[in-house]
Design a protein around this ligand. Structure first.
Ligand code: NAI
Length: 698
């Protein structure tokens, strides 16, 4: 049982006890129902207090049961709440720390609620593409009012108990306890005080009314429609709360249930639930136990104050960790520090950061020109020029000065982390930490595991990632790791599309309509087309047989490197990021096509999207099979957090699963027939071919 039963004099206490957040799994639900039965059978018990052990009242559904039969097995949450309402003795919920989702819904079935101050109260189902499914949309408006309830349900954001207690006329809390420590004593006393009160009060019997209902809901729909974009759930939150105001309670409950179940089956909710689990799973590394002892990281050093070094340093300053930046020349330091200050000042101006916080953060920053100043750093991250020789010199110096046990990390995006580790006498302490640009903004961090990287180094950097609010994914050593290795194939395919008849803006528009934040050509302009050019020049030597479109090289020969020079695939006005199509570029593409003897073909959006996305999928399958990624969901996380893949599609591999791998392979075989494409490119990766043939998923 994951709920316990105790009797304190004449009051029974049911304690949810399912760590970490008292998720309402089957055993906990059974425990609650059993406790209620026991309390009712015991003539000496006059009232019941329900609370949660440890760090929560309850965080809601048990995610371990997601998608399993246990999640809906009786007593399901609705039945448990009914059992609470129907208990013949008063049930008082003693709420503290966290009451979210099903946990809050459970408390709304109780006859009375007492909350500790500082409790986070939320109905976060919308974040999983759902509406609350156990009465939340029907009961919450009855206790906090229609508008407050709708705001909470549509945003999914937590509100502190003391804020809710201040709402005029609120009936959510019968009492706010003086403190978390005194909550239980106060709840027991309260339960004794109401032991004889009959009839027992029920939230369902309260009215849910809005004085200008129709106008308010119309306004709410207009607001929500703009924000909800591709997700159906937020608007259905509005519908369900409106139902609470217009229908009888039982009919409102039926309405909520029906919509909840329908949303469960939408691809958007499946994608969000997939990502919810995937994000939590990403920090787990199969052969690194969760109790691996961690190294302490109190001081950080960054080598190089360029584009990446400055952003990387800001992450640590933001988390209150002191940083020392080392550069070659004082001017480079000055420039780097100025960029960081400007960045913070912009945040202060926008009201996102307090002046005092900004000053506190900058006070944690030291700069130096001497390696000797890095000798107490626990973690040193190198972000110097992308040249192996430069990295070699840096790592040899780090090896000479860093204290024993210091973690030595490289932010390299293309170089071999094993080689870099080999420049030191301590390859076990070397790891790749591949940040994305802008490093202080982008949530993704690829942790590159070298052949010799120690397990405690990996465990430590995964923990550090959490501290600096990054979502970290482990990748093995290969050219491009997970994200860039896949994007290279996507970029090649985008080039073939130009050769065959598309314009850059046609390709970008199609994939942006699919949901990508930015199409491949706008992305190239943002990242700098010269970067891809340098990589291709290397490939022409390494893999001379590999087919590429030459358009991107022609573009670079014209110096059209992208936003940083005001022109790339598109033109850019000074200080603006809007991509303006350029006739000269389109002419260049058309002439190149003509030179190849290709008659342009009109290519539909669906084909564009499939060719681009399936090129990601095929390379991902190779990455998975080679063990470069530990699991398919890690690859989805990389693409969602680092590459602007549409969230509501759940990442490239979740999307491929949704399409059906059989269909993906069929499409690839069709593309392989196209003489202007590349048959070798579309050869399904062995893993993909196997899964498709067996009717399985990634
Ligand atoms: P950058 O050119 O903006 O900055 C490099 C900085 O390192 C310069 O300030 C330079 O003075 C300094 N530096 C060079 N050699 C040094 C040495 N021996 N000792 C101390 N400082 C030295 O380059 P960026 O873009 O910041 O890239 C740095 C690293 O990050 C590269 O390995 C790059 O591949 C990687 N990276 C870059 C990304 C990007 O979008 N720019 C994304 C992810 C990784």
């Amino acid at each position: 049982m994951t709920a316990s039963y105790q009797v304190h004099g004449d009051v029974a206490v049911i304690t949810l006890d399912n760590p970490p957040v008292n998720g309402l799994g089957l055993a906990t639900r059974q425990g609650i129902v059993a406790g209620l039965a026991q309390a009712q059978a015991d003539a000496a018990v006059k009232a019941v207090v329900m609370t949660g052990a440890g760090k929560a009242f309850s965080g809601g559904a048990d995610i371990k049961e997601f998608g399993t039969p246990k999640a809906i097995q009786e007593p399901n949450l609705l039945s448990v709440i009914l059992a609470v309402e129907n208990c013949s003795k008063p049930v008082v919920a003693a709420i503290h720390s966290v009451a979210m989702g099903g946990g809050l819904e459970l408390s709304l079935g109780c006859h009375y609620r007492i909350a500790a101050p500082g409790t986070k109260i939320a109905l976060p189902e919308v974040k999983l593409g759902l509406i609350p499914g156990a009465g939340g949309t029907q009961r919450l408006p009855r206790v906090v009012g229609v508008e407050a309830a709708l705001n909470m349900i549509v945003s999914g954001e937590p509100v502190k108990s003391e804020m809710l207690a201040m709402l005029p006329g609120q009936k959510l809390f019968d009492k706010v306890a003086a403190s978390t420590e005194s909550l239980m004593d106060e709840a027991l006393a309260y339960a004794r005080g109401v032991a004889d009160v009959r009839p027992l009060p029920l939230v369902r019997n309260l009215p849910a009314k809005h004085p200008q209902g129709d106008a308010y809901f119309q306004f709410a729909r207009n607001m929500v429609r703009g924000m909800a974009k591709n997700f159906p759930a937020p608007l259905q939150c509005v519908d369900a709360v409106e139902a609470a105001t217009k229908k009888k309670f039982a009919d409102g409950m039926a309405y909520e249930r029906e919509h909840f179940i329908n949303l469960m089956w939408t691809s958007e909710s499946r994608a969000l639930r997939h990502l919810f689990v995937a994000e939590r799973a990403a920090s787990k590394i199969p052969d690194v136990p969760s109790d691996t002892p961690l190294r302490s990281i109190a001081k950080v050093a960054v080598i190089g104050a360029g584009t990446m070094g400055g952003g990387i340093a800001m992450n640590f300053l933001n988390a209150g960790i002191p940083v020392t930046i080392l550069e070659m020349k004082q001017e480079a330091i000055n420039h780097g520090v100025e960029v960081m200050s400007r960045n913070y000042e912009a945040q202060v101006k926008k009201g996102k950061l307090k002046q005092q916080k900004y000053e506190e953060r900058m006070a944690l920053l030291k700069t130096t020109l001497k390696y000797d100043d890095l000798k107490d750093a626990d973690l040193i991250i190198e972000a110097v020029f992308e040249e192996l020789g430069v990295k070699e010199a840096v790592f040899k110096q780090l090896d000479a000065v860093a204290k024993p046990g210091a973690i030595l990390a490289s932010n390299t995006s293309t170089l071999d982390v094993n080689k870099i580790a080999g420049f030191t006498q301590r390859p076990q302490d070397v790891v790749g930490l591949h940040f994305f640009s802008p490093a202080n903004v982008m949530k993704l961090l690829e942790v590159v595991r070298g052949e010799k990287t120690a397990k405690d180094v990996l465990a430590t950097v995964m923990q550090v990632a959490k501290k600096i609010r990054k979502t970290a994914v482990v990748a093995g050593v290969c050219d491009g790791f997970i994200g860039n290795r896949m994007i290279e194939q996507y970029g090649r395919q985008a080039g073939f599309l130009l050769d065959e008849g598309c314009t850059p803006s046609q390709v970008d528009k199609a994939i942006e309509k699919f949901g990508f934040a930015m199409g491949p050509f706008r992305m190239g302009d943002l990242a700098g087309n010269d970067i891809g050019w340098a990589i291709r020049k290397r490939r022409y030597v390494e893999k001379p047989g590999m087919k590429y479109s030459k358009t991107a090289d022609l573009l670079c020969e014209k110096g059209r490197f992208g936003q940083k020079v005001g022109k790339g695939w598109y033109d850019y006005l000074p200080g603006k990021r809007d991509a303006i199509p350029n006739a000269e570029v389109e002419q260049m593409v058309a002439e190149h096509r003509k030179a190849l003897g290709i008659t342009p073909r009109k290519i539909g959006d669906e084909e564009i999207v499939q060719r681009l996305v399936f090129s990601l999928v095929n390379e991902a399958a190779r990455i998975l099979e080679e063990g470069i990624a530990n699991k398919a969901s890690d690859i989805d996380i990389v693409y969602i957090f680092g590459y602007g893949f549409p969230v509501y599609r759940g990442g490239p591999l979740n999307y491929a699963n949704e399409v059906g791998l059989f269909n993906v392979v069929q499409a690839m075989q069709r593309f392989a027939q196209n003489p202007l494409d590349d048959a070798a490119f579309w050869q399904p990766a062995p893993l993909l071919a196997r899964l498709a043939a067996e009717g399985r998923q990634f």
